[in-house]
Design a protein around this ligand. Structure first.
Ligand code: AMP
Ligand code: MG
Length: 428
């Protein structure tokens, strides 16, 4: 079996000690396969879940030609192209109450939005443009054949896929499936993700942080980020910086979860001990990503992996600094977990451009993720940083509505320069 290291080494640009954000993300996402389990669930429960198979439309939607407007239906060939045409009104077609019979040549029909087009009608004039008197309608010239008509099957065609496998179900998908008359869908089971914090200095809330101890925040940001992704989360707690404690926590987490996320213990000072423990349990690579914050990242597999060892799990070792952990989660773990959940394709969040209102010092060579505030001013979108950008300052994340993403090749930014931003709404 090829190892992850062998697999990754085939990519040009693979350098564990200086990996680009884009390549790191691609390697991780490509390495991961969706969870196998499938369940059939009622439509509304499927919000936020991922389709495990395509949904084929059993019907045409709309099921019949119908009017897109309130107005008068007619056959376009009956109109004088250069002058008003007056036609007798043969009756009315309402949504849910069709006109009985056909419209004969030279007749019109009163019709409401959504009403089935009677035979003999191919076009609709909206009521605002016509005149009605004595049971007759006068339609001005300039009408187009087929206007204001929704054709059967123009939204969805019977027998063709209405939604592909791998689609994340949002409100629009719920409505679309409902429009087919389908009340139950097949989705992948939710991936289970276990997470824990490492560090002798970390205490959980509920205990008192004493001298040189700090409260655990990463388990709270992780809980939030994972829950927002619609995953089943398992909080394993805080694990001491001791090889046996780390090893048993990793074993336990991997035995109950599809993926394990840790924070702390991967930076230079601690990586050796973590590396040694993880090497005993599977294959975990320790990367230095060319980014700030979030340089150290561990990724790999605990257990042998593959179908032979279904109890194995993917491992993401995030840095301990709270902002670094969040940035690394969004850039690497999030797309990977979406893939694990079965989302296909996994699209990178869009990068939009905004005018940076302040100078930012940077040296080329790495991607920098600054926490920013995007705002509209003077007719355009502008962005500023949230202020101090230390990788431990969670307030910089809390105050932000976007990341300012400064590409590796970019140097310092001058005020007024356009910079790429990644909006947090939609990914958080
Ligand atoms: P480490 O990556 O373990 O060297 O940790 C880097 C920094 O992040 C240290 O200042 C840690 O105290 C801090 N840190 C690590 N884990 C957490 C956590 N769960 N909550 C808050 N801060 C943390
Ligand atoms: Mg630590």
């Amino acid at each position: 079996m090829t190892t992850l290291a062998q697999q990754f080494a085939q990519h040009t640009g693979y350098a564990p000690d200086g990996l680009s954000v884009d390549l790191g993300r691609q390697l991780i996402v490509d390495a991961i396969k969706p969870v196998c389990g499938v369940e059939r669930i009622p439509l509304r429960d499927a919000l936020g879940r991922v389709l495990s198979e395509a949904i084929l439309s059993p019907i045409d939607v709309p099921a019949y030609d119908n009017s897109a407007m309130d107005g008068y239906g007619f056959a376009a060939d009956d109109l004088d192209p250069n002058d008003d045409t007056t036609l007798p009104i043969a009756g009315a077609a309402f949504a849910g109450r069709a006109f009985d019979g056909a419209i004969r040549p030279g007749q019109a029909v009163r019709i409401t939005t959504g009403a089935r087009l009677p035979a003999g009608v191919d076009s609709v004039a909206m009521q605002e443009v016509v005149r009605v008197a004595d049971g007759r309608v006068t339609i001005p010239p300039g009408q187009r054949k087929g206007q204001n008509v929704r054709r059967a099957g123009e939204d969805l065609r019977a027998g063709l896929p209405a939604l592909p496998a791998g689609r994340l179900i949002r409100p629009a998908e719920l409505g679309l499936v409902a429009s087919l008359g389908i009340g139950e869908v097949a989705v992948r089971r939710r991936p289970r993700v276990a997470f824990f914090s490492t560090g002798d200095e970390i205490v959980s809330i509920g205990h008192t942080a004493r001298d040189s101890q700090i409260y655990d925040s990463n388990r709270y940001t992780l809980f939030g980020m994972l829950t927002r992704l619609g995953l089943d989360v398992i909080d394993v707690g805080v694990v001491r910086d001791a090889p046996d404690a780390l090893e048993s926590a990793l074993r336990e987490a991997a035995s109950i979860a599809d993926a394990v996320i840790t924070s702390g213990g991967v930076s230079v000072g601690e990586a050796d001990f973590t590396r040694e423990v993880m090497a005993r349990l599977g294959e975990v690579l320790f990367w230095k990503i060319a980014m700030k914050p979030g340089r150290p990242l561990a990724f790999g597999r605990i257990g042998t992996g593959g179908e032979a060892d279904p109890r194995g799990a993917w491992l993401f070792g995030l840095p301990g600094n709270p902002v670094a952990a969040m940035v690394a989660f969004y850039q690497f773990a999030r797309p990977a977990l979406l893939r694990l959940a079965g989302v296909a394709p996994v699209a990178a969040p869009p990068l939009l451009r905004a005018v940076c209102t302040q100078a930012i010092r940077k040296s080329p060579g790495r991607t920098e993720f600054l926490r920013g505030v995007l705002f509209h001013d003077d007719g355009e979108w502008k962005v500023r940083t949230t202020g101090a950008q230390g990788s431990g300052l969670l307030s910089s994340m809390a105050d932000a509505n976007c990341f300012i993403v400064l590409e590796p090749e970019r140097g310092s930014v001058t005020a007024g320069e356009a910079v790429p931003v990644q909006i947090l709404d939609g990914i958080v």
